[in-house]
Write a protein that binds this ligand. Sequence first.
Ligand SMILES: C[S@@+](CC[C@H](N)C(=O)[O-])C[C@H]1O[C@@H](n2cnc3c(N)ncnc32)[C@H](O)[C@@H]1O
Length: 266
Amino acid sequence: MNTTEHYTHGHHPSVLRAHSWRTIANSAAYLAPHLVPGLSPLDLGSGPGTITVEFADRLAPGRVVGVDAAAEIVEQASALGADRPNLEFIVGDAYSLPFEDDTFDISHAHQTLQHVADPVAVLREMRRVTKPGGLVAARDVDYAGTFWFPESAGLTAWLDLYERVHRSNGGEPDAGRRIKAWALQAGFEQITTTASVWNFSNETDREWWGGMWEERVLKSAFAEDALSKGLATQEQLDAISAGWREWANTEEAWILIPHGEIIAVA
Ligand SMILES: C[S@@+](CC[C@H](N)C(=O)[O-])C[C@H]1O[C@@H](n2cnc3c(N)ncnc32)[C@H](O)[C@@H]1O
């Protein structure tokens, strides 16, 4: 890991609650047509591993490997995928993956490039471990593109603070609009771009997403960073947290979170 980097979200339970909801359907649908049984994918920055486990089920008997820099999350993902013989989670660094050249049919990264200081180098490394003619696929949020209803000073403050905290850790919160450019800089010539969104509106989703941020701005690595780096005061964090609670409690509330996607031929 680049020495300036620090993973913005951390692995607080409020963060894991959000990340454990992710599936191929809601977070990797753009790649689904390419997920053919028998193929072997790498899932880089696999986190809690919910998408990786689905890869293992869908691509069996293909070998699936999840890699993440954080040992504690690799342990958790390994427990989730324990009964799948074609699945393995290992600790590793995106900049120097512990694999030979041309190992995988597909290298996939969901919301990983936004957290690294040099996403172009990571894309090159993904290409190195992918067989020629295989696919390098990535999907990332574009936080600045997020919009919601009704207007909320708390959520406006949240977005402003989120962007500053994320950048203070060496990442790029508006990665979605940049991944095509990063892929071109990494030397890919055949790149397909798409975009898709997360959209939360019904009571269950509002409680889940809004309740997650209500807690996360007070208790996770995000809160620690915001306070220790002088990016926000406790009073400001309290106001953002209250803003999320109010949003979650508002029946007409709605939010859209855009993502950019690429599939590049290795
Ligand atoms: C937002 S999470 C995404 C997890 C998973 N892909 C998902 O969507 O559910 C990003 C993950 O990337 C990992 N990560 C960040 N920098 C990394 C690096 N340099 N090498 C490997 N993993 C990294 C973090 O530890 C974290 O688990």
